[in-house]
Structures are given as structure tokens and as C-alpha cells.
Design a binder for this molecule. Structure first.
Ligand code: C5P
Length: 219
């Protein structure tokens, strides 16, 4: 008899929608492995910026992408606004997405330390990376609220930026992520939508947890 597949929770959504915090809390609660797939694109962006590579060159960026090692994903430099903006530029290339796909698919289906499931968050997890995921969530919130959250975060990293600039950057990032030809950000057809505009992280977690427990319940 084929062993049962380990469940995958796919969480997609807009920038600063709270999907990362939610994904982390869910992974801890269910005892699953967690992968923030944005870190892969950020790690590539950092490599490209440091090498002064052309962010418009898909094939050469893909060669850099295959060199990324898991240890790099913890680099605090990945959190900066400049690296995030560059990440959304390198992410438009099909070649880059293809080069980063195997790592994500493998993580989802063979989570590290042999734990019993995986949570991945990103932009195309439910649509491209794990279309068969047992649970798909799509997280969004009003741009003004997301900008305020991100502004506070950037201030805590010591970045010198205005709220108006954060909002403008965020709108630009949404536009690029949602309108690119390669794996554009959109809810998977069977995704459950969660709007966190008026929800704390704890409230969003409670709603998601209840939904996931119902979906993963043995029939
Ligand atoms: O989520 P985060 O802000 O770290 O992602 C940075 C950028 O990486 C996003 O704006 C998006 O363009 C890209 N990305 C992606 N697909 C993913 C994760 C991130 O295209 N699965």
C-alpha cells in the first residue's frame, strides 16, 4: 500500500499581508517544516546586487539561482527593502522560477527532519509549486494597512524611509507580482481567502487553524 502523502499547507498572498507570520505560527502549531520561499528570491537578488549582475537577464540569473544554499536564507541582509524590491525584479523571469522550483517542491514533499508536513509561503505555491496542496490559503489586506505594518518593520531595522514611500513601493511591487507573465500572484481556484485588514496575527491564526483542522480531519 502506498504511504499517505504528508500534508502541504500552501500560503500565498500580497506583500506584508501577514502571510509570513501566519505561516510560521501554523508550522509551529502543527509541527510542520516551514519555508519562506520569498527568501530564495531575496537570496538570489542579494547575490545579483553584490555581483552587479543585470536584473533583466533571466538565463544568467538562473545560473546564480542554482548556487543558493539553505544557509544563505538566514542572512539578515535579505530583510531590507532594497533586496525585496530587487527580488520582485529577478522573480519575473521564467528561467529563475524554473531554477528555484525543484528546491521548493522537494521541501514540500520531503520536509527536513522527517517532520509530518510542510508549510510554504510565497506567491505561486498553490498555483504552481504545490497545486495538489491539501490546504491553500490566500492572504491579503488593504494596501494602507500593509504599508503601515511594513513601515514599522523597516524602522525597526533602522531604515530611513517615509510611510508614503513604503506605500508607493508596495503598490509598485503588487503591480509587478500580479501582472508578470511567469506565475503571477493570484489566488488558486480552490484557495481559501483571508483578509487580515482588521485581524491581528492571533485572530488570523485562529481562523486559519480552525479551517486547516477541518480540512485535514480524516474522513
Ligand atoms: O515575500 P517576499 O516579500 O519576501 O518576496 C519577495 C519577492 O519575491 C516578491 O515580491 C515576489 O516578486 C517574489 N516571490 C515570488 N514567488 C514566491 C515568493 C516570492 O515571485 N513564491
Amino acid at each position: 500500500m502506498k504511504p499517505a502523502r504528508k500534508p502541504v499547507i500552501a500560503i500565498d498572498g500580497t506583500f506584508a499581508s501577514g502571510k509570513g507570520s501566519l505561516a510560521k505560527k501554523l508550522a509551529a502549531y502543527f509541527g510542520y517544516a516551514y519555508l519562506d520561499t520569498g527568501k530564495l528570491y531575496r537570496a538570489l537578488a542579494l547575490r545579483a546586487l553584490e555581483a552587479q549582475a543585470d536584473l533583466g537577464g533571466g538565463p544568467s540569473l538562473a545560473k546564480l539561482a542554482v548556487l543558493i544554499r539553505p544557509g544563505e536564507l538566514a542572512n539578515p541582509k535579505l530583510k531590507s527593502g532594497a533586496v525585496g524590491a530587487a527580488a520582485s525584479k529577478v522573480a519575473v523571469h521564467n528561467e529563475v522560477r524554473a531554477a528555484l522550483k525543484a528546491y521548493q517542491v522537494n521541501f514540500a514533499h520531503n520536509p527536513p527532519k522527517n517532520v509530518s508536513g510542510a508549510v510554504l509561503d510565497g506567491r505561486d505555491i498553490g498555483t504552481v509549486i504545490c497545486p495538489q496542496a491539501e490546504v491553500k490559503l490566500y492572504i491579503d489586506a488593504k494596501p494602507q494597512i500593509r504599508a503601515e505594518r511594513r513601515y514599522k518593520e523597516l524602522l525597526s531595522y533602522g531604515e530611513d524611509i517615509s510611510l508614503a514611500q513604503v506605500l508607493a513601493d508596495l503598490v509598485e511591487r503588487d503591480r509587478r507580482d500580479q501582472n508578470r507573465a511567469a506565475a503571477p500572484l493570484k489566488p488558486a481556484v480552490n484557495a481559501h481567502l483571508l483578509d487580515t485588514t482588521n485581524l491581528s496575527i492571533d485572530a488570523a491564526f485562529e481562523q486559519a487553524k480552525t479551517l486547516i483542522m477541518a480540512l485535514l480531519k480524516p474522513i
